[in-house]
Write a protein of this length. Structure first.
Length: 327
């Protein structure tokens, strides 16, 4: 039974809010029972406890499940309640701490644990140059990936009541030559600024601006670059290619009107002829020059033929007159 007044304990307020929600209350009760019931040989049935915890975080809305797991605290009583959210005696702790790399190998053998651990590495990747300290600038994906690990052999929890550092139940003792790799794996949990900022932002209610992913800035640049390259390529096309840009309105209008495949060849030929005439100014000048020469050549040939005709006629006439005189 929860006290009526929490006296500023946000985690206690979150637990009371869960009890007022039918879905949250039902799934919370479903994991509390197996995670606290003792058996003859063990404190609890860890397998059933993990399964019930997975259902809780999969089915309960984040408003309530996250509210209990990521609540902000100012005193030890609050942080201890937050740490006890997943009943760590059963779901988290064990008699001995295994090596973290061995625990990771055990996780990889289970497809649920393997995929959720991969999501955690991807969505909680720290980035010191980003505003949120997260590579993907998305707190929601990071918190979802973290909560997804709860209920697997890689179940993480708060290390103590003094910080937001979390870790799975493992250490790097007996790592041998793999000590650096083991510490790197463990520090991804313990010293993850992306995860810490995500938890703190949710608890303080300041996560609104980084709750949704931000579109990459490169999108506009990439589009502009591609468009300019496409335009340059179009300007260098040969006569056998249709230019991509729209230099000839008549050609463009015809292509817009003719959309049946049977007319495509006609449209292409017309566009090529227009481009060949309209774009090549040098060709235009030479064509007009040839035309002017032809126009001058016609009367010249006509005069020559007339002159030859007259000369022939005159010669014939003189021969005729000469023959007449002789006779």
């Amino acid at each position: 039974v929860e006290p009526v007044l929490s006296k500023g304990n946000n985690c206690l307020d979150a637990a009371k809010a869960c009890n007022l929600n039918d879905t949250c209350k039902r799934f919370r009760s479903a994991y509390i029972t197996p995670c606290t019931s003792s058996t003859s040989n063990e404190i609890c049935n860890k397998r059933k406890c993990h399964k019930a915890l997975r259902l809780f975080f999969d089915k309960v809305p984040p408003k309530h499940s996250y509210g209990m797991l990521f609540c902000s605290c100012r005193d030890v009583a609050c942080t201890e309640r937050r740490r006890q959210t997943i009943v760590p005696v059963c779901s988290y702790e064990d008699r001995e701490k295994p090596n973290c790399l061995n625990l990771q190998e055990s996780c990889k053998k289970n497809y649920i644990c393997r995929s959720r651990l991969a999501d955690f590495f991807t969505n909680c990747q720290p980035e010191s140059r980003s505003v949120s300290s997260c590579l993907k600038e998305n707190y929601a994906d990071c918190l979802l990936a973290y909560s997804g690990l709860i209920g697997t052999v890689m179940t993480p929890n708060y290390i103590d009541s003094n910080s937001l550092s979390v870790a799975p139940w493992c250490d790097c003792s007996n790592s041998g030559n793999d000590i650096d790799e083991c510490l790197k794996f463990l520090n991804f949990f313990q010293d993850n600024t992306c995860l810490k900022n995500a938890i703190q932002a949710f608890g303080n209610g300041t996560d609104v601006n980084v709750w949704q992913p931000i579109l990459p800035v490169q999108t506009t640049t990439a589009t502009t670059t591609t468009a300019s390259r496409f335009k340059n390529t179009g300007s260098e096309t040969t006569n056998n290619e249709i230019p991509a840009h729209n230099d000839s309105p008549a050609c463009a209008n015809l292509q817009a009107q003719k959309k049946r495949k049977s007319n495509e060849s006609v449209d292409t030929e017309l566009c090529l002829n227009e481009n060949a005439i309209g774009k090549d100014n040098t060709a235009g000048v030479s064509t007009s020059h040839i035309s002017s020469e032809n126009s001058l050549a016609l009367p010249t040939s006509f005069c020559l033929s007339t002159l030859l005709t007259l000369m022939t006629f005159a010669l014939s006439l003189s021969l005729f007159l000469s023959s007449s005189v002789i006779l």
